[in-house]
Ligand binder design. Sequence first.
Ligand code: SAH
Length: 313
Amino acid sequence: MKNGKITLVGLGPGSVEHLSARARAAIAEADTVIGYATYVRLVDDLLAGKEVIKKAMTEELDRAIEALARAQQGKNVALISSGDAGVYGMAGPTFEVLFQAGWTPDSPIAVEIVPGASALNSCAALVGAPLTHDFCAISLSDLLTPWPSIARRLDAAAYADFVVALYNPKSGRRTGQILEAQRIFLAHRAPETPVAIVKSAYRPKQRIEFTTLEKMAEADIGMLSTVLIGNSNTFIRHGLMVTPRGYANKYAVEEGARNTHAGEQAGRSLSTGLEGWRAEIRASGESPAVLAARYRLPENYIAAALRAAAENE
Ligand code: SAH
């Protein structure tokens, strides 16, 4: 293997303004640029004199194999992805192809990953602050993932009250998955839970739609949409979707003053934080089975928490 290089470049959502300085530089340094045509177009001004390989969306493995072949000839290859190359992008398939070929980090071919803002970052920025508490991303694409795995993740995320960003929610051929996701969420979350659908964020055809869990299937959702489903505390006000950080659990915000609620202290865990909660369940005298049902946690976990509380006394 010669001293070639593969750079996985995340372009961000798709506007030149949101392309990072390192992403631009990495493309400028490259001999060969490989990517989906839409994204190659985005960096058109940087491509003079370079070999440009435009591949269709479904040819991820081909793109990675092509990149490796060029790098083995000593070329500097930029593989470009929308958003972040490591989020449902080229980074995974590229490492799989590299490992298959016997590549290790000590091999002469260097690999660099340039981070980019992923769709969830871009879409969140456009709708307010939906991700300011725990969230996860789930792709509804069953092209490479069995449906039961996807359904289980949807169910777990819905049950655990994560804010969820749904990637690949719907395409011309895949129209039923979003309905299934809605059904699973409605089993755990209120019908009026806020949902934001962002299509083509930071691109000319950008579209933002606010709806609710109950009505989200009626919305205009496509290949270029990301669906953000709020948690049980998320609200929409003045056209902004906001998930509270939890300050209201600790502070009463009145007339500009910030007073802690009785029993709470700034800079300390909540009274219902780990230590406080353990002491509380121990003091309750209730059985692990009853507590497990109340807190929706495994009984053996509750039993361990009760033991820890006993040791603390
Ligand atoms: N690597 C990309 C994700 C690729 S998967 C990233 O990090 O963002 C493709 C999915 O990403 C789309 O189906 C859509 O759900 C989402 N997506 C990508 N770009 C988007 C954009 N500009 N606006 C809204 N959603 C987008």
